[in-house]
Design a protein around this ligand. Sequence first.
Ligand code: HEM
Length: 165
Amino acid sequence: MNQIHKDTRSNKRSIVRYTYLMIVLFLALTGFGQMPIFKRYYIADIPGLGWVARFYVTHYMHYLFAILLIVLTSHVIAEYLFINRKRIKITISGYIRGALVIGLVITGVLLVIRNLASSGFPPGFIVFLDLAHLGLVMVLLMAGLYCIILKKKWAKERFKMSKGV
Ligand code: HEM
């Protein structure tokens, strides 16, 4: 494989990685923004952050970044299944983080349905969904931090097992 091909592939990986990190950062910011904490703890008083205390701004931004997360996740899964499966192997930490992201998408979509007037979800299920979504958020953020600090990769080249992807 020539050097240009290698560079293009690693550039693409960096774009996907930083896009994912930016989406998760904004989902966390807008997600916690929907809880009345940023006003209470004066974070919304920081110049330029007034919008984090405005429910409908954070609510619709959360939906926008949720759509971006679903698009990015679908792209990465499709690329792995149809193109890269023979060349790369997903690591255990990659499977764990993948399962957390898919759990957030499933609970998130159900929470969106909950917000539709006609959802009719029983109150107990709504509380479970909210706690499940929030619990998955905390585990994903901690797992993400752990993997960044310990440089744990999502996937590795099958044939050069020593080198991370
Ligand atoms: C990394 C991904 C995500 C993070 C970090 C995140 C974070 C959060 C947080 C912190 C909350 C507040 C929970 C509460 O009020 O108890 C929340 C609520 C919510 N999230 Fe997410 N979320 C993520 C992905 C998603 C996705 C993919 C969707 C939709 C497909 C979604 C839809 C929602 C909805 C509808 C709510 C409830 C808002 C309301 O009170 O009406 N989230 N999210």
